[in-house]
Ligand binder design. Sequence first.
Ligand code: ZN
Length: 395
Amino acid sequence: MKKMAATRRAFLQAAGAGLAGVVLQGANTAWGQPGPALRIDEPFHGAVLNRRQGEEVDGGLKIRVSGQAPAQDRVTVNGTAAQRAGTTFSAEFVLDREETQIAAASQGSGGRQEHCIRVLWDRHSQPRYRFSIDDNSFFLRDIAGKSYASLFDCFYLKGLRELHAKYGTRFVLNIYYTTEDGFELPQFPDRYKGEWRDNCDWLRLAFHAHANLPDRPYQNAAPSRLIADLDQVAEQIVRFAGAQTYSPPTVIHWGMVQPTALKPLYERGVRVLSGYFSRRDGTWDVNYLLDDTRSEYLSRHDALIDFESGIVFSRVDIVCNNTPVEQIVPTLEPLTKDPNHAEIMDLFTHEQYFWPFYAHHVPDHFARLDATIRWVTEHGYKPIFFHEGFLGGPV
Ligand SMILES: [Zn+2]
Protein backbone atom coordinates (compact mmCIF):
# COMPACT_ATOMS: atom_id res chain seq x y z
CA MET A 1 0.00 0.00 0.00
CA LYS A 2 2.81 2.39 0.83
CA LYS A 3 4.32 1.73 -2.53
CA MET A 4 0.98 2.33 -4.20
CA ALA A 5 0.60 5.63 -2.35
CA ALA A 6 4.06 6.73 -3.44
CA THR A 7 3.27 5.76 -7.00
CA ARG A 8 0.02 7.66 -6.85
CA ARG A 9 1.78 10.72 -5.46
CA ALA A 10 4.25 10.57 -8.35
CA PHE A 11 1.27 10.23 -10.66
CA LEU A 12 -0.34 13.34 -9.24
CA GLN A 13 2.92 15.26 -9.37
CA ALA A 14 3.35 14.20 -12.96
CA ALA A 15 -0.06 15.74 -13.55
CA GLY A 16 1.51 19.13 -13.07
CA ALA A 17 3.71 18.39 -16.06
CA GLY A 18 0.65 17.57 -18.09
CA LEU A 19 1.47 13.88 -18.14
CA ALA A 20 -1.39 12.43 -16.21
CA GLY A 21 -4.23 14.88 -16.19
CA VAL A 22 -4.61 17.80 -13.87
CA VAL A 23 -5.45 17.82 -10.18
CA LEU A 24 -6.62 20.94 -8.41
CA GLN A 25 -6.89 20.66 -4.66
CA GLY A 26 -8.56 22.89 -2.09
CA ALA A 27 -6.54 24.44 0.69
CA ASN A 28 -7.69 22.00 3.38
CA THR A 29 -7.20 18.73 1.64
CA ALA A 30 -3.55 17.88 1.99
CA TRP A 31 -2.38 16.38 5.30
CA GLY A 32 -4.35 14.14 7.58
CA GLN A 33 -7.25 13.83 5.22
CA PRO A 34 -8.61 10.31 5.66
CA GLY A 35 -9.29 8.23 2.59
CA PRO A 36 -7.90 8.73 -0.89
CA ALA A 37 -7.86 12.04 -2.67
CA LEU A 38 -10.00 12.56 -5.71
CA ARG A 39 -8.86 10.89 -8.85
CA ILE A 40 -10.32 9.47 -12.04
CA ASP A 41 -9.11 5.90 -12.56
CA GLU A 42 -11.09 5.11 -15.71
CA PRO A 43 -10.73 6.15 -18.40
CA PHE A 44 -7.02 6.69 -18.36
CA HIS A 45 -5.61 10.11 -19.29
CA GLY A 46 -4.67 9.80 -22.97
CA ALA A 47 -6.88 6.76 -23.59
CA VAL A 48 -7.89 6.12 -27.19
CA LEU A 49 -11.40 4.72 -26.91
CA ASN A 50 -13.37 2.85 -29.53
CA ARG A 51 -16.75 1.13 -29.82
CA ARG A 52 -15.46 -1.94 -27.99
CA GLN A 53 -14.75 0.05 -24.83
CA GLY A 54 -18.18 1.62 -24.47
CA GLU A 55 -21.66 1.57 -25.91
CA GLU A 56 -22.44 3.26 -29.19
CA VAL A 57 -25.37 5.65 -28.71
CA ASP A 58 -26.91 8.35 -30.85
CA GLY A 59 -24.07 10.71 -31.72
CA GLY A 60 -21.54 9.31 -29.33
CA LEU A 61 -19.86 6.63 -27.30
CA LYS A 62 -21.22 6.04 -23.81
CA ILE A 63 -18.47 5.18 -21.37
CA ARG A 64 -18.19 4.81 -17.61
CA VAL A 65 -16.07 7.27 -15.67
CA SER A 66 -14.93 5.93 -12.32
CA GLY A 67 -12.47 6.72 -9.61
CA GLN A 68 -11.81 7.47 -5.97
CA ALA A 69 -12.90 10.34 -3.74
CA PRO A 70 -13.28 10.97 0.00
CA ALA A 71 -16.26 8.87 1.08
CA GLN A 72 -18.46 11.71 2.32
CA ASP A 73 -17.87 14.06 -0.62
CA ARG A 74 -20.36 14.93 -3.32
CA VAL A 75 -18.79 14.12 -6.69
CA THR A 76 -19.72 15.42 -10.11
CA VAL A 77 -18.41 14.46 -13.55
CA ASN A 78 -18.56 17.40 -15.95
CA GLY A 79 -21.29 18.82 -13.73
CA THR A 80 -23.44 15.69 -13.40
CA ALA A 81 -23.74 13.95 -10.04
CA ALA A 82 -21.80 10.70 -9.85
CA GLN A 83 -22.89 7.59 -7.95
CA ARG A 84 -20.95 6.89 -4.77
CA ALA A 85 -20.08 3.57 -3.14
CA GLY A 86 -17.63 3.92 -0.28
CA THR A 87 -14.61 5.75 -1.60
CA THR A 88 -15.44 5.02 -5.24
CA PHE A 89 -17.52 7.06 -7.65
CA SER A 90 -18.83 6.34 -11.10
CA ALA A 91 -20.87 8.07 -13.75
CA GLU A 92 -21.94 7.49 -17.31
CA PHE A 93 -20.54 9.88 -19.85
CA VAL A 94 -21.07 10.26 -23.60
CA LEU A 95 -18.09 11.13 -25.79
CA ASP A 96 -19.39 13.10 -28.76
CA ARG A 97 -16.24 14.54 -30.27
CA GLU A 98 -12.76 13.46 -31.19
CA GLU A 99 -11.14 14.86 -28.04
CA THR A 100 -12.91 15.32 -24.71
CA GLN A 101 -11.89 16.72 -21.36
CA ILE A 102 -13.46 14.92 -18.43
CA ALA A 103 -13.50 16.76 -15.11
CA ALA A 104 -14.41 15.13 -11.83
CA ALA A 105 -15.03 17.47 -8.90
CA SER A 106 -15.60 16.60 -5.28
CA GLN A 107 -16.94 18.82 -2.53
CA GLY A 108 -16.91 17.99 1.15
CA SER A 109 -15.58 18.91 4.54
CA GLY A 110 -12.04 18.76 3.18
CA GLY A 111 -12.82 21.35 0.54
CA ARG A 112 -13.11 21.15 -3.21
CA GLN A 113 -10.91 19.04 -5.46
CA GLU A 114 -10.91 18.56 -9.16
CA HIS A 115 -9.20 16.06 -11.47
CA CYS A 116 -9.25 16.55 -15.23
CA ILE A 117 -8.22 14.11 -17.91
CA ARG A 118 -8.44 14.06 -21.69
CA VAL A 119 -9.29 11.16 -23.95
CA LEU A 120 -9.73 10.53 -27.66
CA TRP A 121 -12.67 8.85 -29.32
CA ASP A 122 -11.72 6.74 -32.31
CA ARG A 123 -15.10 7.49 -33.81
CA HIS A 124 -14.73 5.65 -37.12
CA SER A 125 -12.88 2.76 -35.60
CA GLN A 126 -12.79 -0.51 -37.49
CA PRO A 127 -10.77 -3.69 -37.15
CA ARG A 128 -7.45 -3.07 -38.86
CA TYR A 129 -3.85 -4.20 -38.95
CA ARG A 130 -0.57 -2.71 -39.90
CA PHE A 131 2.61 -4.57 -40.74
CA SER A 132 5.99 -3.00 -40.17
CA ILE A 133 9.40 -4.58 -40.56
CA ASP A 134 12.40 -3.24 -38.66
CA ASP A 135 16.16 -3.23 -39.19
CA ASN A 136 16.05 -3.19 -43.00
CA SER A 137 19.29 -2.76 -44.94
CA PHE A 138 20.35 -6.06 -46.52
CA PHE A 139 17.75 -6.01 -49.28
CA LEU A 140 18.91 -2.57 -50.41
CA ARG A 141 22.53 -3.72 -50.48
CA ASP A 142 21.46 -6.83 -52.40
CA ILE A 143 19.54 -4.91 -55.06
CA ALA A 144 22.26 -2.30 -55.49
CA GLY A 145 24.96 -4.99 -55.73
CA LYS A 146 23.14 -7.33 -58.10
CA SER A 147 21.66 -4.62 -60.35
CA TYR A 148 18.48 -6.64 -60.81
CA ALA A 149 16.14 -5.73 -63.64
CA SER A 150 13.36 -5.41 -61.06
CA LEU A 151 13.20 -4.68 -57.32
CA PHE A 152 11.20 -7.87 -57.02
CA ASP A 153 14.04 -10.01 -58.31
CA CYS A 154 15.23 -9.71 -54.71
CA PHE A 155 13.61 -12.68 -52.93
CA TYR A 156 12.71 -10.54 -49.93
CA LEU A 157 10.64 -7.96 -51.80
CA LYS A 158 9.27 -10.75 -53.99
CA GLY A 159 8.02 -12.55 -50.88
CA LEU A 160 6.41 -9.40 -49.53
CA ARG A 161 4.76 -8.76 -52.88
CA GLU A 162 3.29 -12.27 -52.84
CA LEU A 163 1.78 -11.60 -49.42
CA HIS A 164 0.39 -8.32 -50.72
CA ALA A 165 -1.11 -10.08 -53.73
CA LYS A 166 -2.74 -12.73 -51.52
CA TYR A 167 -4.01 -10.53 -48.70
CA GLY A 168 -3.70 -6.88 -49.74
CA THR A 169 -1.17 -6.36 -46.95
CA ARG A 170 0.59 -3.01 -46.67
CA PHE A 171 4.18 -2.99 -45.46
CA VAL A 172 6.35 -0.24 -44.02
CA LEU A 173 10.05 -1.14 -44.14
CA ASN A 174 12.07 0.75 -41.53
CA ILE A 175 15.55 1.20 -42.93
CA TYR A 176 19.12 2.02 -41.97
CA TYR A 177 21.45 4.41 -43.73
CA THR A 178 24.28 1.91 -43.87
CA THR A 179 25.06 -1.78 -43.49
CA GLU A 180 28.47 -0.71 -42.12
CA ASP A 181 30.43 -2.88 -44.57
CA GLY A 182 30.78 -0.25 -47.24
CA PHE A 183 27.17 0.02 -48.40
CA GLU A 184 25.32 3.29 -47.80
CA LEU A 185 22.04 4.54 -49.20
CA PRO A 186 23.62 7.03 -51.66
CA GLN A 187 24.85 3.95 -53.57
CA PHE A 188 21.31 2.77 -54.14
CA PRO A 189 20.32 3.63 -57.73
CA ASP A 190 17.30 5.74 -58.60
CA ARG A 191 16.47 3.66 -61.67
CA TYR A 192 13.77 1.70 -59.78
CA LYS A 193 11.82 4.87 -59.06
CA GLY A 194 9.00 3.86 -61.39
CA GLU A 195 8.62 0.52 -59.62
CA TRP A 196 8.59 2.13 -56.22
CA ARG A 197 5.89 4.49 -57.44
CA ASP A 198 3.84 1.68 -58.96
CA ASN A 199 3.84 -0.14 -55.61
CA CYS A 200 3.51 2.75 -53.18
CA ASP A 201 -0.09 1.86 -52.36
CA TRP A 202 1.26 -1.06 -50.31
CA LEU A 203 5.04 -0.63 -49.93
CA ARG A 204 6.62 2.29 -48.04
CA LEU A 205 10.03 3.07 -46.63
CA ALA A 206 10.74 4.82 -43.35
CA PHE A 207 13.74 5.81 -41.26
CA HIS A 208 14.69 3.40 -38.49
CA ALA A 209 18.28 4.28 -37.47
CA HIS A 210 21.64 5.20 -38.95
CA ALA A 211 22.89 1.62 -38.54
CA ASN A 212 22.17 -1.60 -36.69
CA LEU A 213 24.92 -0.91 -34.16
CA PRO A 214 25.32 0.43 -31.59
CA ASP A 215 22.28 -0.96 -29.78
CA ARG A 216 19.79 1.60 -28.48
CA PRO A 217 21.38 4.43 -30.49
CA TYR A 218 18.82 7.07 -29.51
CA GLN A 219 18.05 6.08 -25.92
CA ASN A 220 20.43 8.69 -24.59
CA ALA A 221 21.08 10.70 -27.74
CA ALA A 222 20.28 14.34 -28.15
CA PRO A 223 17.09 14.79 -30.21
CA SER A 224 19.16 16.74 -32.74
CA ARG A 225 21.22 13.58 -33.42
CA LEU A 226 18.08 11.52 -34.03
CA ILE A 227 16.54 14.16 -36.29
CA ALA A 228 19.77 14.56 -38.27
CA ASP A 229 19.93 10.80 -38.86
CA LEU A 230 16.24 10.76 -39.78
CA ASP A 231 16.65 13.60 -42.27
CA GLN A 232 19.63 11.91 -43.88
CA VAL A 233 17.67 8.69 -44.52
CA ALA A 234 14.50 10.56 -45.53
CA GLU A 235 16.44 12.52 -48.16
CA GLN A 236 17.75 9.27 -49.65
CA ILE A 237 14.34 7.57 -49.70
CA VAL A 238 12.87 10.51 -51.59
CA ARG A 239 15.85 10.55 -53.98
CA PHE A 240 15.76 6.90 -54.98
CA ALA A 241 12.10 5.96 -54.42
CA GLY A 242 10.14 9.22 -54.59
CA ALA A 243 8.13 11.16 -52.03
CA GLN A 244 5.06 8.92 -52.44
CA THR A 245 7.01 5.95 -51.04
CA TYR A 246 8.28 7.84 -48.00
CA SER A 247 6.62 7.14 -44.66
CA PRO A 248 7.36 8.99 -41.45
CA PRO A 249 9.10 6.73 -38.92
CA THR A 250 6.79 4.23 -37.23
CA VAL A 251 9.37 2.50 -35.01
CA ILE A 252 12.67 3.98 -33.89
CA HIS A 253 15.46 1.39 -33.44
CA TRP A 254 15.06 -0.28 -30.03
CA GLY A 255 11.92 1.77 -29.36
CA MET A 256 13.79 4.18 -27.14
CA VAL A 257 14.18 7.95 -27.52
CA GLN A 258 14.56 10.85 -25.16
CA PRO A 259 11.21 12.41 -24.13
CA THR A 260 12.39 15.70 -25.66
CA ALA A 261 12.64 13.96 -29.05
CA LEU A 262 8.90 13.37 -29.32
CA LYS A 263 7.90 16.87 -30.39
CA PRO A 264 10.62 17.08 -33.04
CA LEU A 265 9.49 13.68 -34.31
CA TYR A 266 5.91 14.92 -34.51
CA GLU A 267 7.17 17.89 -36.51
CA ARG A 268 8.72 15.39 -38.94
CA GLY A 269 5.30 13.83 -39.50
CA VAL A 270 5.40 11.05 -36.89
CA ARG A 271 1.88 10.31 -35.65
CA VAL A 272 2.25 6.79 -34.24
CA LEU A 273 5.21 5.02 -32.64
CA SER A 274 5.09 1.31 -31.89
CA GLY A 275 6.89 -0.39 -29.03
CA TYR A 276 6.78 -3.47 -26.82
CA PHE A 277 5.91 -1.77 -23.53
CA SER A 278 7.10 -4.86 -21.68
CA ARG A 279 9.19 -5.40 -18.58
CA ARG A 280 12.82 -6.46 -18.73
CA ASP A 281 14.28 -7.37 -15.32
CA GLY A 282 11.46 -5.43 -13.71
CA THR A 283 12.02 -2.28 -15.75
CA TRP A 284 9.70 -1.12 -18.53
CA ASP A 285 11.55 -1.33 -21.80
CA VAL A 286 11.17 -0.64 -25.51
CA ASN A 287 8.71 1.97 -24.27
CA TYR A 288 10.16 5.25 -25.62
CA LEU A 289 11.04 5.99 -21.98
CA LEU A 290 7.42 6.63 -21.09
CA ASP A 291 6.75 6.65 -17.34
CA ASP A 292 5.88 3.39 -15.59
CA THR A 293 2.18 4.20 -15.28
CA ARG A 294 1.71 4.77 -18.98
CA SER A 295 3.96 1.87 -19.94
CA GLU A 296 1.90 -0.47 -17.78
CA TYR A 297 -1.30 0.88 -19.35
CA LEU A 298 0.09 0.35 -22.85
CA SER A 299 1.05 -3.21 -21.97
CA ARG A 300 -2.71 -3.83 -21.67
CA HIS A 301 -4.10 -1.61 -24.43
CA ASP A 302 -3.77 -1.01 -28.16
CA ALA A 303 -2.99 2.68 -27.99
CA LEU A 304 -2.41 5.78 -25.87
CA ILE A 305 -1.91 9.40 -26.91
CA ASP A 306 0.80 11.59 -25.45
CA PHE A 307 -0.95 14.97 -25.60
CA GLU A 308 2.33 16.81 -25.01
CA SER A 309 3.71 15.74 -28.36
CA GLY A 310 0.56 14.60 -30.18
CA ILE A 311 2.08 11.16 -30.79
CA VAL A 312 -0.02 8.02 -30.30
CA PHE A 313 1.83 4.99 -28.96
CA SER A 314 0.86 1.54 -30.15
CA ARG A 315 1.70 -1.77 -28.56
CA VAL A 316 3.21 -4.37 -30.88
CA ASP A 317 0.98 -7.47 -30.86
CA ILE A 318 3.28 -10.06 -32.42
CA VAL A 319 6.93 -10.33 -33.42
CA CYS A 320 6.90 -12.91 -36.22
CA ASN A 321 10.61 -13.77 -36.09
CA ASN A 322 10.12 -14.79 -32.42
CA THR A 323 6.86 -16.66 -32.91
CA PRO A 324 6.84 -20.20 -34.36
CA VAL A 325 3.99 -20.94 -36.76
CA GLU A 326 2.11 -23.05 -34.20
CA GLN A 327 2.23 -20.19 -31.69
CA ILE A 328 0.80 -17.54 -34.01
CA VAL A 329 -2.91 -18.19 -33.46
CA PRO A 330 -2.46 -18.69 -29.69
CA THR A 331 -0.72 -15.29 -29.66
CA LEU A 332 -3.33 -13.43 -31.69
CA GLU A 333 -6.59 -15.06 -30.70
CA PRO A 334 -6.68 -13.92 -27.03
CA LEU A 335 -6.21 -10.33 -28.22
CA THR A 336 -9.47 -10.48 -30.17
CA LYS A 337 -11.31 -11.44 -26.97
CA ASP A 338 -10.02 -8.40 -25.07
CA PRO A 339 -11.87 -5.14 -25.87
CA ASN A 340 -8.69 -3.20 -25.09
CA HIS A 341 -6.67 -5.15 -27.66
CA ALA A 342 -9.16 -6.33 -30.26
CA GLU A 343 -9.48 -3.41 -32.66
CA ILE A 344 -5.93 -2.79 -33.87
CA MET A 345 -3.37 -5.47 -34.71
CA ASP A 346 0.17 -4.12 -34.72
CA LEU A 347 2.08 -6.82 -36.62
CA PHE A 348 5.81 -6.76 -36.70
CA THR A 349 9.06 -8.51 -37.59
CA HIS A 350 12.72 -7.86 -38.47
CA GLU A 351 14.40 -8.12 -41.87
CA GLN A 352 17.63 -9.91 -40.91
CA TYR A 353 15.86 -13.19 -40.04
CA PHE A 354 14.90 -13.62 -43.71
CA TRP A 355 18.52 -13.89 -44.85
CA PRO A 356 20.28 -17.29 -44.93
CA PHE A 357 23.66 -15.65 -44.15
CA TYR A 358 22.31 -14.23 -40.90
CA ALA A 359 23.38 -16.18 -37.80
CA HIS A 360 19.80 -16.43 -36.52
CA HIS A 361 18.17 -17.04 -39.90
CA VAL A 362 14.55 -18.20 -39.60
CA PRO A 363 13.98 -20.51 -42.60
CA ASP A 364 10.17 -20.42 -42.29
CA HIS A 365 9.96 -16.67 -41.74
CA PHE A 366 7.67 -16.10 -44.72
CA ALA A 367 5.44 -18.96 -43.56
CA ARG A 368 5.13 -17.16 -40.21
CA LEU A 369 4.11 -13.94 -41.93
CA ASP A 370 1.65 -15.82 -44.09
CA ALA A 371 0.04 -17.53 -41.08
CA THR A 372 -0.17 -14.23 -39.19
CA ILE A 373 -1.63 -12.24 -42.06
CA ARG A 374 -3.99 -15.01 -43.13
CA TRP A 375 -5.41 -15.19 -39.62
CA VAL A 376 -6.05 -11.46 -39.23
CA THR A 377 -7.50 -11.34 -42.77
CA GLU A 378 -9.89 -14.21 -42.01
CA HIS A 379 -10.95 -12.38 -38.85
CA GLY A 380 -11.94 -9.21 -40.65
CA TYR A 381 -8.92 -6.97 -40.07
CA LYS A 382 -8.12 -4.54 -42.92
CA PRO A 383 -4.58 -3.54 -43.95
CA ILE A 384 -3.67 0.07 -43.20
CA PHE A 385 -0.73 2.43 -42.73
CA PHE A 386 -0.61 3.95 -39.23
CA HIS A 387 0.50 7.35 -40.50
CA GLU A 388 -2.60 7.76 -42.65
CA GLY A 389 -5.87 8.94 -41.09
CA PHE A 390 -6.17 8.27 -37.38
CA LEU A 391 -4.14 5.15 -36.55
CA GLY A 392 -4.81 4.12 -40.12
CA GLY A 393 -8.57 4.50 -39.81
CA PRO A 394 -10.85 7.10 -41.36
CA VAL A 395 -11.00 10.47 -39.61
ZN1 ZN B 1 15.47 -1.98 -34.70
